[in-house]
Write a protein that binds this ligand. Structure first.
Ligand code: ZN
Length: 68
């Protein structure tokens, strides 16, 4: 990978740049946190309507089976 600050090539798993000494992990860790947050948000947005639909189907099924 390349240093985010000076642009020189450094080892992929290195914590900081050997040329300018800048930490490499902070930004990627922040992006990972944002990615995780977005995944949870999308999951919640998808899961809530599915939960409501399943609940309605369950209630309707019970009403039908009760001869309604
Ligand atoms: Zn650098």
């Amino acid at each position: 990978m390349y240093c985010k600050f000076c642009g020189k090539e450094i080892e992929d798993d290195s914590m900081k740049c050997v040329y300018c000494g800048s930490l490499q992990r902070e930004q990627s860790a922040g992006r990972e946190a944002v990615g995780t947050f977005l995944k949870i948000l999308i999951l919640a947005i998808v899961a809530v309507p599915i939960g409501i639909i399943l609940f309605v189907l369950l209630v309707l099924g019970k009403m039908w089976s009760a001869g309604f």
